[in-house]
Design a protein around this ligand. Structure first.
Ligand code: RM4
Ligand code: MN
Ligand code: MN
Length: 424
């Protein structure tokens, strides 16, 4: 479904007076508003192809209506989001959930839709129908060399798909690990995995990055072979300069200090990419910013501080992706909320008074340091984010436009009500 610019312009026209009041107000409060708006215009977060349908749990999946049934329709959904918010102009594909049949045609469609291909994701955590060997006891860690080879070959095939589409990175997330003490020789599992990653790494095109994603538990509950940022960093360091750690917000043990992890990985030049989501307990994959918005802000605060310390480009030097999937919302509405939460946290991190914060730190002025951070967090920056959208032809309030125009109803009439998107 294509959204006419006219509809967006009309929507903006209706909201303009109120928006203008809000933006004028904040312009009087903050310095450097123009530079913040231009950074917000440049910032983009990739949408995972598996978040466009309703996710499931291991108990049930309650699919919504009008879900995208093909890769082409998933791309159309991402283009729709991008048209609404100008901040989600890329799709991250999961292979084999989304295998492009004709790369040329798919690339052409992406061009027409004004979207790009972000990191490709391999999948060795499920057995596919025509698969020769099982991943029940792991993939790259497996005791059987033939299983390891199958997993390596799959990853190399994923790189080839990505290359044909113009992706520049692969995310490797392994579910490898063990469920019971004694099941695994940790050292051998690590070494097998490293060996496999090395082979995949050597198949990377020269301008590609490999993201090694860690996860504390699930589906293995006793040990994970890439279980935390320390292990991921070990692999990335041993692999070489194109390998990086990827931080998924839901992949830590409860209450982990993710902002500190991010800061140190940036210091080591080994932070590569980010999977945004939110959680209360584990890898809940909930809407970004829905549970712990202050944590999200603190993470962005470290990201900006660390990236600026190394003169990195906020928009392009790290891989920004959403990784969410759940049962109860319209996925497109949910993704609009997630992107909005990311943009708000980014904007709040941009307005932190860094000079004063550093003075407060040097003077051990703990109270002042806290005040500076919370002052930024408590500032309502939503009009800045809306202004960035308005200036790029997107909607002042994407969610209300989506609802007022009954976009899901239109998708249902186009696609039917029983189509299920591939994914989790
Ligand atoms: C994992 C992990 C990966 C994602 C899969 C679907 O928990 O977060 O990034 O590709 O789920
Ligand atoms: Mn993830
Ligand atoms: Mn996850």
């Amino acid at each position: 479904m294509k959204l006419d610019q006219d509809i967006i312009d009309k929507h903006n026209q209706n909201l303009l007076v109120k928006h203008q009041e809000r933006i004028d107000f904040i312009k009087n409060q903050l310095p450097n508003v123009e530079s913040i708006i231009s950074k917000l215009i440049d910032f983009n977060v990739a949408i995972p192809s598996w978040a466009l349908g309703t996710g499931g749990t291991r108990f049930a999946r309650f699919s919504g209506a009008g879900e995208p049934g093909t890769l082409e329709e998933k791309m159309e959904d991402v283009a729709l989001l991008h048209k609404l918010n100008n901040s989600s102009g890329a799709i991250s594909l999961h292979i084999p959930w989304d295998i492009p049949q004709d790369h040329f045609v798919i690339k052409q469609l992406a061009r027409e839709l004004n979207i790009n291909f972000d990191a490709v994701n391999s999948n060795t955590f499920q057995d596919q129908q025509d698969q020769a060997l099982s991943y029940k006891f792991g993939s790259l860690q497996h005791v059987d060399k033939a299983v390891r080879k199958q997993a390596i070959d799959h990853n190399i095939e994923v790189i080839k798909h990505g290359e044909a589409l113009g992706s520049k990175s692969i995310t490797v997330w392994l579910s490898d690990g063990s469920c019971f003490p004694g099941q695994l020789n940790f050292r051998k599992a690590f070494q097998n995995t490293l060996e496999g990653l090395k082979e995949i790494y050597s198949a990377l095109p020269s301008d590609w990055k490999m993201f090694v994603e860690y996860k504390a538990y699930e589906p293995n509950f006793y040990s994970m072979t890439v279980g935390d940022w320390g292990q991921s960093l070990l692999y990335a360091n041993k692999l070489g300069p194109k390998a990086y750690t990827l931080v998924d917000l839901g992949h830590h043990l409860p209450n982990a200090n993710i902002e500190q992890i991010v800061s140190l990985l940036l210091m080591e030049e080994k932070l590569g990419g980010f999977h945004f989501n939110d959680s209360k307990y584990g890898d809940d994959d909930l809407t970004v910013g829905s549970i712990k918005p202050y944590q999200l802000f603190l993470i962005f605060n470290e990201l900006i501080e660390g990236m600026d310390a190394r003169s990195m480009n906020h928009a392009s030097d790290l891989g920004w992706m959403i990784d969410a999937s759940h049962n109860v919302k319209d996925p497109l509405e949910d993704l609009l909320q997630s992107v909005e939460a990311i943009m708000i946290s980014y904007a709040q991190a941009l307005i932190v008074d860094r000079k004063s914060l550093s003075e407060a730190q040097n003077n051990n002025d703990v109270v002042r340091a806290q005040e500076i951070l919370q002052d930024a967090f408590r500032t309502d920056v939503r009009s800045l984010v809306a202004e960035a959208r308005l200036r790029s032809g997107a909607a002042i309030d994407p969610l209300s436009l989506y609802r007022a125009n009954e976009i899901r109803m239109k998708l249902v009439s186009e696609r039917g009500s029983s189509r299920k998107a591939t994914g989790l």
